[in-house]
Structures are given as C-alpha cells and as structure tokens.
Design a protein around this ligand. Structure first.
Ligand SMILES: [Zn+2]
Length: 346
C-alpha cells in the first residue's frame, strides 16, 4: 500500500516506526505524519499547564496584535481555557471573539470569550452554525498537529474567512525541540516543517504574509512556527495605491522628476496618471516624448511652477536630485515627495 503525503501528495514517503507506531516522512516537503494512530480522548483530557505560561501567552498576543485589524470578528479553534483571548482583548479591540474547545477547559474559556463551541469546525460547518466568510481573524494555535484531516480543516477555515481576513497558525517546528529529533506525543498526528506548513496553506488558497520560527511554547516545545496567512489574490483598491498615499492628500497634481525605468515598472501600475502634470528629466533625448500620456520636459520648466509638488522618481539619485532642486530652483519653493516616501507605506 502506498502512503500519500497529506500536504504535497508525494507517494515517496520514508516509512519508519517509533514506539511501535509507523509514520511517514515526506522528502519533497519535509512533512511527517503518523500512519498508526492511537485514539486520544479529548473530552476526558485534563488540561495541563503547558503553553499557558504568562510570558509565552503575552508573546503570542503581541505577535498577533502586530497583524490583527482592530474590530475583528475572531474565531479561535482550540481556545483551551481562553488565556490568549484574555491577553489579546485588552490590546486589540475585537467586535466578537468566539472559540471552540473539546476539552473541559471550555468551562473556563467561557469567562474570556463571547461564545465557546464544544465541537469541531467541520461539524459546526455541517450544522450551518458557523457562517461562511464570517470571521476577520481565525486563530489555530497548537491545534493543527492534533487533527487527522488537515486538508478538510484548512479548507473549512478558508471558507469562513472574510474578504481580507487572516489566519494565524502556530505548530511545533518539526519535533519542536532541536535537542529531541522526534516528537512522540501520541496526540500529535502531523509534524510540520516551514515548507510543509506554507505548502498546505498555499494548496488551499492562503498566502503566508508573515512567518517566524523559534517561538517558545514550553520546555518540551521551545521551537514553534508562527504564520499569518490570508486568502491569495490582490486586495481591493490597490490600483492606485501610490497616488493615494496620505502624503499626496489634497495635492491635485505632481511634477515627476525622472522619466526612467521606474515609470514603466512601478508608476504605470500604481500611480494615477491624472495626478501627474508632466515629467521633467535631464536627458535631452527624452524631451518632447510621452510618459504615461504626459509630456517629458527639460528640468528648467520647473521655474514656471512656483509652489508645485515634485515627486522624485529615483531611489538611487534621490539625495542628488533633492540637492539639485535646492540649489538650482530655490525660487520654486517646491514641496518634495520621494518614491521612498510613497513606497514606504504602500
Ligand atoms: Zn510532502
């Protein structure tokens, strides 16, 4: 019988046994998965204190806070006793924070969350209890490695994420401990690598936008992977994201200094041509030609536009051009904006 990697579909798994239980290691994506699984009863599972340390929870909450939009509708899958919610809610406002937890820790979680479900995500979806596109943030911390059918789980998460919503996943990095090459935690069914986690998410239309390793869970799992992913594809309103930069608010038109390569490579894609009066360039060969439907003029043309706004369209010569404007066009009193300004927060 050929075993198939749950992440990448490779059939070239190296099969080995640990503690009498077989598992398969994928050479293509570095994922490991159990083949022989012992039944684990979560409903009778008395929650231990692992991963519940105050510093660890605070560190995880701080990571999430850097990415989470304020006012999010949150679902935390495997919310345990709700300690992350308790740490996170004072630092990021949430519209609603729901969780699901199979273990008896659920009782304590109800103190910190608005609602705690007692069954799995696929079951909630099958019952129509969880709405499609209903959440701006889904959190899955040390949960995915416990789930046999990780593809159904991630596909389910993808359908409940709102447009522009985010998924946070944290799992042990391979064994989770550089000093212990194998993790034989009987409740762990999957052992992720950076490449297998990214690949699994990508397979379900989720792009990773931030990832770190070395996140500390407890003494047994000092090396975990944290990832933030979002539905793939362009976000809305990116068309003219550079000309909509706050620095250009209230400025009808700019004069662009520099008709070089960045016009075609960047401005043509992300800058509204209606906001460009004309270009100036020192290269005489460009004078009289058109860029984005606007004329390229000699730099001396600036003398006729006192009080204008100049966008310096060069990263390499930004300082040199600034100096030139100061020395050669002091009377113009131009407001200067650079491409590094507008790219900085794009
Ligand atoms: Zn694989």
């Amino acid at each position: 019988m050929a075993f198939v990697c749950a992440v990448c579909g490779s059939t070239e798994l190296e099969i080995f046994a640990l503690g009498g239980l077989r598992r398969g290691a994928c050479r293509a994506c570095l994922h490991e998965q159990r083949i022989d699984i012992e039944t684990f009863d979560y409903t009778g599972f008395a929650r231990g204190s692992t991963g519940a340390g105050t510093a660890r929870i605070a560190d995880q909450a701080a990571f999430l806070a850097r990415h989470m939009p304020p006012g999010a509708r949150v679902l935390e899958i495997g919310c345990a006793a709700g300690l992350l919610a308790r740490a996170l809610r004072p630092i990021v406002a949430t519209e609603r924070y729901e969780g699901l937890e199979l273990s008896p820790a659920r009782a304590e979680a109800t103190l910190h969350l608005d609602k705690v479900y007692d069954t799995t995500l696929p079951a909630l979806q099958a019952q129509g209890i969880i709405p499609e596109q209903g959440y701006d943030m889904v959190i899955s911390s040390h949960c995915l490695e416990h789930i046999a059918d990780i593809n159904t789980e991630i596909a389910g998460i993808r359908t409940i994420l709102a447009h522009g919503g985010l998924l946070f996943v944290e799992v042990p990095n391979r064994s989770g401990n550089p000093g212990l090459p194998y993790d034989d935690n009987r409740a762990h069914l999957h052992f992720f690598s950076v490449s297998s986690l990214v690949r699994l998410l990508g397979r379900h239309g989720l792009d990773v936008k931030a990832l770190e390793t070395g996140a500390w869970h407890d003494a047994r799992y000092p090396d975990c992977i944290r990832a933030i992913a979002r539905p793939a594809g362009p976000l809305p309103a990116t068309r003219y994201s550079l000309s909509e930069h706050p620095l250009l608010l209230g400025i009808d038109e700019v004069i662009v200094w520099g008709a070089g390569r960045m016009v075609d490579e960047i401005l043509a894609h992300y800058f509204d041509p209606a906001r460009i009066a004309f270009f100036v360039d020192k290269d005489e060969r460009k004078h009289g030609t058109q860029c984005m439907g606007r004329e390229v003029r000699p730099v001396d043309a600036l003398h006729n536009y006192p009080g204008c706004t100049i966008l310096i369209n060069s990263l390499e010569y930004e300082d040199a051009i600034k100096g030139q404007i100061d020395s050669a066009f002091p009377g113009v009193q131009a407001k200067i904006i650079t491409m590094s300004d507008v790219l900085g927060a794009a």
